[in-house]
Design a protein around this ligand. Structure first.
Ligand SMILES: [Zn+2]
Length: 287
């Protein structure tokens, strides 16, 4: 069975035969709700008129984004790919009272993807590269958990580039048949030098040149929502700069570990890498 999936996937990957079905959105401005690892649980917290002050919420120790839509407060809980399916709880502070709210995480089995890299130095790392990659992982983990309180966060993202969706979120990856971390973003195939745009307004949290991700930009949209743009050829913004939605922030490329020119785009919510497709409004979606 696994072999069949793998073979099918190889064929799909090679020919770009992706058939995407997007369910309709329940809300105009909220991401699509998806209570699975790598998804976003949208939890209603009561009416805005009863509680004028925005409730505060936490998933574990991590603060969680709260927004309002049609006079209701909602918590947007980013669910990490390695979250255990089953019962979970959100801690909610509302009107001076702290309580817990239960929610369920369902199972999702993401498909496998097998990638062959000619440059084995990015699969079998030298001691030096291993040390570098570890250091960078620590720095990236810290950036992912960054929290900047903001009045309001734009949750309706635009795609940073238009192009073929070459690889979807959550794929269980094998590089030269070696199991590696799952694909925590989407890949959009575009030629080197294609302008990459900010998916929403925000502040540049960091820019860097990493062993795996290559030249990378992190944009902080406030309240724990962060986007990451990888494998860039050029970076056109500086840390601390404010960017508007749709602003050119860099040019696509294939720096770091990449089999060809593409944009890898990740969405991070309360420290969890979640499926970016959940944040794209139907009218902006492209194959
Ligand atoms: Zn990718």
């Amino acid at each position: 069975m696994h072999t069949l999936i793998a073979i099918t996937f190889r064929i799909c990957f090679r020919f770009g035969l992706f058939v995407l079905a997007f369910p309709l959105l329940a809300h105009a401005s909220l991401p699509q709700s998806s209570n699975v690892p790598g998804g976003v649980a949208i939890i209603p917290l009561g009416s805005v008129s009863t509680n004028a002050d925005m409730p505060q919420t936490w998933f574990g120790d991590q603060p969680v984004l709260v927004t309002s839509d049609h006079e209701l407060w909602y918590a947007m809980v980013g669910l990490p790919l390695d979250v255990t399916p089953g019962a979970h709880e959100l801690r909610v502070k509302i009107g001076g009272v702290t309580k817990t709210q239960d929610f369920e995480v369902n199972t999702k089995n993401y498909p496998e993807q097998h990638i062959t890299l000619g440059d084995t130095s990015k699969v079998e790392l030298s001691a030096e590269d291993e040390a570098r990659a570890d250091r960078e992982l620590g720095a990236i983990t810290e950036l992912k958990h960054h929290w900047r309180a903001a009045q309001d966060t734009d949750l309706a993202f635009i795609l940073p580039v238009k192009g073929r969706l070459a690889s979807r979120f959550g794929l269980r990856r094998y590089f030269n048949e070696e199991p590696r971390a799952p694909h925590a973003g989407i890949d959009i195939a575009v030629a080197r030098g294609t302008p990459v745009r900010a998916s929403a307004r925000g502040q540049v949290l960091a820019v860097g040149d990493y062993f795996f991700n290559g030249k990378t930009i992190f944009i902080d949209h406030g309240n724990g929502l962060i986007t990451m743009y990888c494998h860039l050829d050029r970076i056109k913004v500086k840390t601390g700069e404010t960017v508007r939605k749709g602003q050119r922030i860099g040019l696509s490329g294939q720096t770091g570990r990449a089999t060809g020119s593409h944009l890898h785009w990740s969405v991070i919510l309360n420290g969890a890498m979640v499926d970016p497709e959940l944040f794209i409004l139907a009218k902006h979606r492209r194959r």
